[in-house]
Design a protein around this ligand. Structure first.
Ligand code: HEC
Length: 199
């Protein structure tokens, strides 16, 4: 049957190509965080490259987990909330208000979102990474991915809306949820996954 011949020829040449390349190509895992999740620009929908922007903060367990699953393990971690507050006050509060209550930028502490994807941490990360419209520029030059997860944890902590709409919390986290209280502070040596930021 002559129609088999091209198939056989193809299989044979693939086999040769595999031999020529050697096993090394297949054996090496990819360096850097595995990107199981694709991040899309909030406005254009374009796929974003998380290797671009401020260096560092890509090899932490939290970032690797987030890039793989979309779950932010810093939510509820006091050591990360303390850092997140400080980063938020430097990069965001000028436009969004001290408590994310809204100023020239919209409030981030209620259950209304211009971009509903921001109710998930993957969506919020994408908005921070690539920006939105007008004055909401991309923040991937001033925050690396690990710092973004800390800022996200802080924004979620500032939330004052109904807990049922807190899509970023697991059912257990919803059960143990305590609403934000103004004036609450975190000790510098609060135990957790985040090291204090450099002074
Ligand atoms: C220069 C002012 C400015 C700064 C700084 C700024 N933002 Fe914004 N932000 C805005 C404006 C204005 C909008 C509305 C843009 C839009 O609707 O597309 C916005 C929109 C957003 C949204 C979308 C909210 C929604 O309802 O869906 C999020 C989330 C957000 N900002 C988070 C942040 C975070 C976090 C930071 C700090 C890393 C930050 N922004 C820094 C001005 C700013």
């Amino acid at each position: 049957m002559s129609h088999r011949i091209p198939h056989l020829a193809l299989i044979a040449s693939l086999g040769l190509a595999a031999l020529a390349c050697g096993g090394a190509v297949l054996a090496q895992p990819q360096a850097g965080p595995q990107t199981g999740i694709q991040f899309h620009n909030t406005i254009t929908g374009e796929v974003m490259d998380t290797s671009e922007g401020k260096p560092g903060g890509r090899d932490t367990k939290a970032v690797q987990t987030f890039f793989q699953t979309g779950k932010n393990v810093y939510i509820d971690d006091k050591s990360c909330l303390r850092n997140g507050e400080s980063l938020f006050l430097t990069s965001c509060s000028g436009c969004h208000g001290h408590l994310a209550e809204g100023k020239v930028g919209p409030g981030l502490n209620d259950n209304y979102w211009t971009y509903p994807a921001n109710t998930e941490d993957v969506g919020l990360f994408s908005t921070l990474w690539g920006g939105a419209n007008g004055m909401m520029g991309p923040h991937n030059e001033d925050l690396n991915p690990d710092e973004m997860l800390q800022v996200i944890a802080w924004i979620r902590h500032l939330y004052t809306g109904p807990v049922k709409d807190a899509a970023w919390l697991s059912d257990d986290q919803k059960k143990n949820y305590k609403p934000f209280k103004e004036g609450e502070t975190f000790a510098k040596d609060a135990p957790g996954q985040c090291k204090p930021l450099p002074e």
